[in-house]
Ligand binder design. Structure first.
Ligand code: MEV
Length: 313
């Protein structure tokens, strides 16, 4: 058996996070500047069936059998073995690493799952197709947070900009003119499971108000799809700001995220909003060639731990 390596990009949600869990559409794009990698080496000399997992960033260095059923890395390995009907694989060592900020709203969990599913199935000589990788990664997302919409695993598996509605086949987005975005990592880890659960509690307590907010977000996402197709950056910026107001109303923003978004707008960004689960994680800003450097500096002055540039084309 030959060594096998696979990687998967990060992602950002441009519009529609949280409302997408309740059936509204959302728009997400891959971010290839960051990625998760899974590397497999045959473990010559180890007993057959022995699988060793090492993921330093999350403190895992153990045999697959020793990891609990709920461990998402172990779940991805087991999902690939089960999908291929392999009970006892040739012994191998799996190393996982990622440059995607952990719990930062950029899909680190889904990217790690996709990379592992591809590396394990490639190592066994039967690479899983995208559709199967996506379906299995969705099951593993449920371990990360109970009620995912499926948008993270979908945008990451296909590495395409998508218009997504839960439970429906994704649509590839048409982009009329390339967009330049900056992603500011607030440095505050915010597990999506917690923000998704907080929104659920809010929705259970005030269903009508929350349904109204979700519907307004859905309207913004549909308008954004049209503006993206037309390449109307000014309109997209205004829609990002409007989406951010509604995310504030859902109570998933924070003083720090608001300060980052305000700094970006003052430095000339066309629009800015949190992206992903919120209450931490990242803020994205729509910029142009003229404003990019100034907005990046403003993000850093406002306390961003890191700033990533990305293009949507
Ligand atoms: C997380 O990237 C996006 C959320 O809408 C959760 C989900 O869709 O599963 C917050």
């Amino acid at each position: 058996m030959a060594a096998s390596v696979a990687s998967a990009p990060g992602k950002i949600i441009l519009f529609g996070e949280h409302a997408v869990v309740y059936g509204q559409p959302a728009i997400a794009v891959p971010v290839t500047a960051v990625s998760a990698k899974a590397r497999i080496q045959p473990d010559i000399g180890a007993p057959g069936g022995r699988v060793w997992l090492r993921a330093e960033q999350v403190g895992v260095d153990a045999a697959l059998d020793e990891l609990p059923a709920g461990d998402p890395l172990a779940a991805a390995v087991r999902a690939a073995l089960d999908a291929l009907g392999v009970g006892q694989p040739p012994a191998f060592r799996l190393g996982v690493s990622s440059t995607i900020p952990l719990a930062g709203g950029m899909g680190s969990g889904a990217a790690v799952s996709v990379a592992i599913l591809r590396a394990v199935s490639g190592f066994l000589g039967h690479p899983l197709g995208d559709e199967q990788v996506n379906a299995l990664a969705f099951e593993i997302e449920k371990l990360h947070h109970g009620t995912p919409s499926g948008i993270d695993n979908t945008v990451i598996t296909y590495a395409q900009s998508i218009f997504f509605v839960k439970g429906q086949p994704m649509e590839r987005l048409s982009v009329g003119a390339p967009l330049q975005l900056l992603i500011a990592d607030s440095g505050a880890a915010a597990p999506t499971a917690e923000t998704v659960a907080a929104v659920r509690r809010g929705w259970e307590a005030e269903p009508q108000r929350y349904e109204g907010l979700f519907a307004q977000i859905g309207g913004i996402v549909r308008a954004a799809r049209a503006a993206l197709a037309e390449g109307d950056a000014a309109e997209l910026g205004a829609l990002m700001d409007a989406n951010q107001v509604l995310l504030q109303e859902l109570d998933v923003s924070s003083a720090q995220l608001e300060a980052l978004a305000a700094a970006a707008r003052s430095a000339g960004a066309l629009g800015a909003k949190l992206s992903g689960g919120g209450r931490g994680g990242n803020v994205i800003a729509l910029v142009s060639a003229d404003t990019s450097a100034g907005v990046e500096e403003a993000f850093r002055e406002a306390g961003a731990a890191a700033v990533i540039q990305t293009r949507v084309a």
